[in-house]
Design a protein around this ligand. Structure first.
Ligand code: ATP
Length: 234
């Protein structure tokens, strides 16, 4: 079996004295899409913050592509192929679509190749290449955020609530593209409130509540657990 792209063991983290991650164990196999589900306040975003180096853990281990990450530092994580799309719109609103895609130097990928990939996944962005990103719809901004993430040629994409504030149809379209991205070999860990949509494109899912992973499995197995957790039966 190949080394997982991400392995998290016994991860703990706190805001001040309040412990929010209470021993999280989670594995993302190489090339897989894993949905991280759970009620509000479960600690999902905090887990992504710790894994992406924005917040220090108080205990536990993280292995990224087999490398032990003692002190998660965003630059080192990026070199190992980790790329995060945080909650909210992570584009530069006052730059055009094209500038958003080309102004940052991405892992030596030529600008033309970055644009070509973005427009292949999202033809709408081609029509809007000269438009300021901040004037686009929420869905289009997320297309741009995903395209910027792809420009760094990631091995693992962390997606936090891609669907935030978007209409269900747009969310379905975005996740269709997430599935296409995964088919190219990119591993993906996504937090998503649209659980059914996330489960549709996932290979595995994990349910988090109270700062711990309480269930993991294939989407069909998780459906039932999920409703128990959300409805308070677990
Ligand atoms: P949601 O879906 O509502 O975003 P979540 O599962 O992502 O929930 P987190 O955002 O990780 O959960 O929050 C976990 C807990 O940590 C919550 O009780 C939240 O109030 C608390 N929390 C989050 N951010 C902070 C912060 N910056 N300072 C203090 N407490 C925080």
């Amino acid at each position: 079996m190949s080394i997982p792209i991400l392995e998290v063991c016994g991860l703990r983290a706190a805001y001040g004295r309040i412990e929010v991650l209470r021993g999280v164990d989670l594995t993302v196999p190489k090339g897989a899409v894993v949905a991280l589900l759970g009620p509000n306040g479960a600690g999902k975003s905090t887990l992504l913050k710790v894994v992406s180096g924005q917040m220090a853990p108080t205990d536990g281990h993280i292995h990224l592509a087999g490398v032990s990450i003692h002190d998660p530092d965003p630059e080192k994580l990026a070199r190992l192929g980790l790329c995060t799309i945080p909650e909210g719109r992570s584009v530069f609103p006052n730059l055009t679509v094209e500038e958003n895609l080309t102004l940052v130097s991405y892992a030596g990928v030529p600008a033309e190749a970055v644009l070509e990939t973005a427009f292949a996944y999202f033809p709408k962005l081609l029509q809007r290449r000269k438009q300021l990103a901040g004037t686009m719809s929420g869905g289009e901004q997320q297309m741009l955020a995903l395209s910027r993430a792809l420009a760094s040629d990631p091995a693992l994409l962390l997606l936090d609530e891609l669907s935030m504030g978007l209409a269900p149809l747009i969310v379905e379209e975005l996740y269709d593209t997430v599935a296409q991205i995964a088919e190219t070999g990119v591993s993906i860990l996504c937090i998503e409130q649209f659980a059914r949509t996330a489960l549709r494109v996932s290979d595995y899912a994990a349910v988090m509540t109270g700062g711990r992973i309480v269930a993991t499995g294939e989407p069909a197995e998780i459906n039932e657990t999920m409703s128990e957790v959300i409805l308070g039966g677990a």
